[in-house]
Design a protein around this ligand. Structure first.
Ligand code: AMP
Length: 471
């Protein structure tokens, strides 16, 4: 998973500072690396580094990144390891210099196939990241095949399968596009005459953007110094390859990944989470003393539960906000350690209480097992675990960093075995039909991590034999 942003100013320079603010609001989408590329109309400049947005983009760095338009990225590695060569944006050098750059969020399913095809035509890659693949695809078809950039992007939409929400910058234009199934969110808005783009609306709020709207799947928005126009999804793209596939927005964005103050996929994230909590509450008929969330991702789910049941909601676990997302830590040892450093229970709060603990999901089970033990040691009489999603049984191939199927606890254990492993007195997951009822257009979502029904026929596109084994 990653976050992207772009800013096109029609009046002055300073686009980099705006993109930095948008990335800062989206730090939860990726903490490994961050980068910004700007254009001053003559050439592109870039700064990227490993680490947090605020640390990388000091005032000095921002002042050097001058230009009226900029794109940026925060990375959380899915494809390619966490090294600087895989950080985005990517600048694509040509004989005319550094004049193209791209930043994208998602995961490409047929990466190898498209990369091999481009390589066989003499295109070289400097990383294993899909942002570079998208960028080189566009530049190859524009520079060497003479297509307009919008035509090259349309061809890309036909050839490249999987998830990509992307921003592509040239010396004078910004192109904004989203894959035809719309797996990842992408929104844009106006700041006066300027155009701002981000993966999540919370980042546009901080820029005081108005007229915020979603970029439609398969659409291309072109921003020039004088105008902004849209090239809608073209049905001609699919002649010979069947129907346009239906929208498959990632339901996990709403459950866990996005910030609750964001609006995306036609939904307010906090509202969906509140509804999920109310559904979970409808499964129970016992009286708990208190409902607590695993902060922060389950806060609104727990609140929904508490509101529906009339049970007091409390923040019984205190989270150290400086630890970062434990799941994103690259290896198991770091993950184990940081769970303990991340949460601490309130003293004397749990003593003798019947507690409902709400979390958004269980992936490997590492986090919740430790948390339940903490709450029990703090004196709780009973701990009932409620999960705001169905069991995660399948890996994601569209940009969420789920581990291999073998590591997913719900793939290996029955419900009762999981309950025993995590040490809860009872365990209930949200039912998939109830999850579907929490959104306005349930048929427009991807539920593959719960159902194994992958919207892109992945067997045709698997990258390695190891991945084939995992399915
Ligand atoms: P685990 O300890 O592996 O069961 O991790 C589950 C916790 O990590 C959940 O409580 C979520 O809040 C969070 N989580 C779930 N999926 C992801 C993901 N793809 N990336 C980062 N964090 C996640």
């Amino acid at each position: 998973m990653c976050g992207i942003a772009a800013y096109f100013s029609r009046s002055e320079a300073g686009a980099a500072a705006q993109v930095m603010l948008a990335l800062y609001s989206q730090q939860h989408r990726g903490q490994e690396s961050s980068g910004i590329t700007t254009t001053n109309g003559k050439f592109l400049q870039m700064h990227k580094a490993m680490g947090y947005v605020k640390e990388i983009f000091s005032q000095d760095v921002l002042e050097q990144l001058n230009g009226f338009a900029a794109i940026g990225h925060v990375r959380y590695p899915t494809r390619g390891s966490a090294v600087l060569t895989n950080a985005q944006p990517y600048i694509i050098e040509t004989l005319s210099g550094p004049i193209y750059a791209i930043a994208s969020n998602g995961d490409i399913v047929n990466y190898e196939e498209v990369a091999l095809e481009l390589q066989s035509r003499g295109v070289h890659f400097t990383s294993t990241n899909d942002g570079e693949l998208l960028g080189r695809f566009i530049v190859y078809h524009h520079e060497r095949k003479g297509l307009e950039i919008t035509e090259a992007i349309q061809l890309l939409m036909k050839r490249v399968r999987g998830a990509y929400s992307a921003v592509f910058l040239t010396r004078n234009h910004l192109y904004i596009f989203r894959d035809i199934q719309g797996f990842r969110p992408l929104l844009m808005g106006r700041v006066g005459d300027d155009i701002a783009v981000a993966s999540e609306s919370c980042a546009l709020d901080i820029l005081h953007a108005t007229e915020i709207r979603e970029v439609q799947p398969g659409a291309i928005i072109v921003v020039t110094p004088n105008t902004t126009y849209e090239v809608p999804l073209s049905p001609a793209l699919f002649s010979g390859v069947g129907e346009a596939p239906t929208m498959r927005q990632c339901i996990f964005e709403l459950i866990y990944f996005s910030r609750p103050d964001s609006y995306e996929f036609g939904e307010y994230v906090y509202e969906v989470r509140h509804k999920i909590g109310a559904k979970l509450a409808s499964y129970d008929d016992f009286e708990a003393d208190v409902v607590i969330p695993v902060p922060d991702s389950a806060n609104f789910i727990a609140l929904g539960y508490a509101d529906a049941k009339g049970v007091p909601f409390h923040m019984g676990l205190i989270r150290n906000h400086y630890v970062g997302r434990t799941f994103i830590r690259p290896d198991q040892y770091l993950r184990d350690e940081s769970v303990r450093q991340k949460f601490n229970p309130l003293k004397d709060f749990f003593r003798n209480k019947r507690v409902v603990v709400v979390d958004d999901s269980i992936v490997r089970g590492t986090t919740i097992r430790k948390i339940i033990r903490m709450i029990q040691r703090a004196g709780a009489r009973e701990v009932h675990l409620r999960i705001g999603s169905p069991p995660v049984r399948f890996s994601c191939f569209y940009g969420i960093d789920t581990p291999t199927r073998q590591e997913l606890i719900a793939n290996n254990m029955t419900l009762d075995q999981i309950r025993e492993y995590v040490g809860a007195d009872s365990l209930k997951y949200l039912k998939i039909e109830d999850l579907r009822n929490c959104v306005n257009q349930p048929n427009h979502f991807c539920y593959a991590c719960f159902t194994g029904q992958y919207p892109v026929p992945k067997h045709a596109y698997l990258r390695t034999s190891m991945e084939k084994e995992q399915i």
